[in-house]
Design a protein around this ligand. Structure first.
Ligand code: PBG
Length: 328
């Protein structure tokens, strides 16, 4: 039994900056950050719903890779804006070994070999209907046919040099299928970060603008992404992905799901990552724009919250800004 007031005054250890530093239970460093970046054919351009975030050309992405390395950010997460002419019902551009994604990976690996590359495995940037998988005649996103395509997509990404493939599609069984194929083809050190608990969320809107799917998407993603009402189900998703060979798991979106992060960490004791998604970024920027908060403080506080909840790291569009604040 510990002492009580006045023998114990919890403000004592907060009374000076050095003591607050000494007693910090959680640390945030640039090594905790994953920087999501959008790539496009041709020239860079802005994304209306994501002020301050651009779609980069391949050359621009390579510059960002240098910047990230110099800031101490360990890994980039890449998302392509596929030209409309290359989008199709079955999303076959996803496994073209010379697609925008693969060319971007190779360009980064040539120029900045010591930075990690994480690539999204899902069909939405490649399908004409904007869904993450292949849709059948009844409009249902089919599981097993989609999974076969995801395996092919993961393999071309790995062959191009991706270090972490991150299936974000929420098909059942795809982690195991991808792991088996990676092993078979000799990619034994390519990691899988499973988007294990990915919710059907209203916070993805700006991302869909960025990759050009917002106008295409028919219906919603509720037959494959999770119901925001559920947390036990998230634990089952995580258990399955780990059993299938995931090296780490992700919870997405971030801040509204800190309870899920904490429960996953407590239950499994494995590396857990959070995705502070596009709508969360946009909310912070909107708050800053109306003078409701200070950007630097909001960014650092939200990122620290993920670490406190148990995350090994966070995907955030504020990664470079945060790394600069943290003084890499
Ligand atoms: C799609 C994917 C999405 C995000 C990452 N991968 C959107 C979606 O599921 O519709 C969202 C990321 C963000 O909002 O920042 N596979």
């Amino acid at each position: 039994m510990s002492a009580a007031y006045p023998a114990l005054r919890l403000r004592r250890t907060r009374a000076s900056a050095w003591s607050r530093r000494l007693h910090a239970e959680t640390v945030l460093t640039p090594a905790d950050l994953i920087w999501p970046l959008f790539v496009t054919e041709g020239d860079a351009g802005p994304i209306a719903a994501l002020p301050g975030v651009l779609r980069w050309s391949i050359a621009g992405i390579v510059e960002r890779a240098r910047e990230a390395r110099d800031l101490g950010i360990p890994v980039l997460a890449l998302f392509p804006n596929t030209p409309p002419a290359l989008r199709s019902d079955d999303g076959r551009e996803a496994f073209n070994p010379d697609n925008l994604m693969c060319r971007t990976i190779r360009a980064i690996k040539d120029a900045v070999p010591d930075i990690g590359i994480l690539t999204d495995v899902a069909l939405d940037p490649y399908t004409a209907h904007g869904h993450d998988g292949i849709v059948d005649d009844a409009g249902y996103v089919t599981n097993d046919v989609t999974s076969d395509t995801l395996v092919r997509q993961a393999l071309v990404q790995a062959a191009a040099g991706s270090d972490i493939v991150a299936p974000s599609d929420m098909m059942d069984g795809r982690v195991g299928a991808i792991r088996t194929a990676l092993e078979r083809d000799g990619h034994v050190n390519v990691q899988i970060m499973a988007y294990a608990a990915k919710y059907a969320s209203a916070f993805y809107g700006p991302f869909r603008d960025a990759v050009g799917t917002r106008g295409l998407l028919k219906g919603d993603k509720t037959t494959y992404q999770m119901d925001p009402a559920n947390a036990e189900e998230a634990l089952r998703e995580v258990a399955l992905d780990l059993a299938e060979g995931a090296d780490s798991v992700m919870v997405k979106p971030g801040l509204p799901y800190l309870d899920v992060i904490a429960r996953v960490k407590a239950a499994f004791e494995v590396p857990v990552f959070a995705y502070q998604v596009s709508g969360e970024y946009a909310m912070i920027e909107a708050a800053v724009a109306v003078g409701a908060g200070d950007r630097d403080a909001l960014v650092l506080e939200t990122l620290m919250a993920f670490k406190r909840a148990g995350c090994s790291g966070v995907l955030t569009y504020h990664a470079a800004h945060a790394a600069r604040l943290l003084g890499a």
